[in-house]
Design a protein around this ligand. Structure first.
Ligand code: ADP
Length: 200
C-alpha cells in the first residue's frame, strides 16, 4: 500500500524545502497547493484570476476550490504509490474533505508531520524571501491565519493518532533526518521477525 503523508506547519516552517526532497527519495509526488495556485495566477487562468487577491492578501482561498484541486490531483495515476501533501489541508473543513476522499479510495493517511517553528524564527525566515506575499505585514497576517485556521489541525490529527512532531527550527538536514526516521518507521513491517527477535 502507498505512503500517504501530510506536511503541516506554519508559513516559513520549511514544508516546501522538505517536500521538494521527498519525491526523488520515495518515488511519490509532492503536491503543494500554494504552487498549484501560484501557477494558475501566473498563467492568468480563470481560477488564477479568482484566487489572486486571496494570495496577495495572505488569506486562504475558499475551501471548495482547493478541495476540488486535490480531488482531481489524487486521481492521477502517479499518486498510486503515495503522495506528500504540502500546504493542504489548511482548515478542519479541508481535513474532513480529505478524510472522506481517502476513505472512498480505501487509503487513509499514514501520518501528518508537523514542522514546529516559533513565530520570531518564521518572521526572520520569511523576511529573507522575495515572494509576492512575503512583505512583513502580509507575513504577519499569514502567521495569524495559520494560528486561527490551521493550528486546529494539530488537535484534529492528534486525536486520530497520526500526528508526528518535528522540530522545524533545526537546520534543514536535521529536519530531513527526522522526517526520514518517521517514514522509515512507517515503512518498517511492524512485528516482523526483526522486531520479535529484539524483544527476546
Ligand atoms: P506558505 O506555507 O509559506 O504560506 P503556500 O505556498 O503553502 O505558502 O501558500 C501560499 C498561499 O496559497 C496561502 O497564503 C493561501 O492564500 C494559498 N493556499 C495554499 N494552500 C491553501 C489551502 N490548502 N487552502 C487555502 N488556501 C491555500
Amino acid at each position: 500500500m502507498g505512503l500517504d503523508l501530510v506536511l503541516l506547519g506554519p508559513p516559513g516552517s520549511g514544508k516546501g524545502t522538505q517536500a521538494a526532497r521527498l519525491p526523488a527519495q520515495y518515488h511519490i509526488p509532492a503536491i503543494a497547493t500554494g504552487d498549484i495556485l501560484r501557477a494558475q495566477v501566473d498563467a492568468g487562468t480563470p481560477l488564477g484570476q479568482q484566487v489572486r487577491s486571496y494570495l496577495n492578501r495572505g488569506e486562504l482561498v475558499p475551501d471548495q476550490l482547493v478541495v476540488d484541486i486535490i480531488r482531481h490531483r489524487l486521481n492521477e495515476p502517479d499518486t498510486e504509490a503515495g503522495f506528500i501533501l504540502d500546504g493542504f489541508p489548511r482548515t478542519v473543513t479541508q481535513a474532513q474533505a480529505l478524510d472522506a476522499m481517502l476513505a472512498e479510495l480505501h487509503r487513509p493517511l499514514d501520518a501528518v508531520l508537523y514542522l514546529q517553528v516559533d513565530r520570531q524564527a518564521l518572521q526572520d525566515r520569511l523576511g529573507q524571501r522575495h515572494r509576492q506575499d512575503d512583505r512583513p505585514e502580509i507575513v504577519d497576517h499569514r502567521i495569524d491565519v495559520f494560528l486561527e485556521q490551521t493550528a486546529p489541525l494539530i488537535g484534529y490529527y492528534g486525536d486520530q493518532g497520526k500526528l508526528r512532531l518535528i522540530n522545524g527550527a533545526d537546520p534543514p538536514d536535521r529536519v530531513a533526518a527526522a522526517i526520514d526516521e518517521v517514514i522509515r518507521s512507517l515503512l518498517a513491517p511492524s512485528g516482523g521477525p526483526q522486531a520479535r527477535r529484539t524483544g527476546s
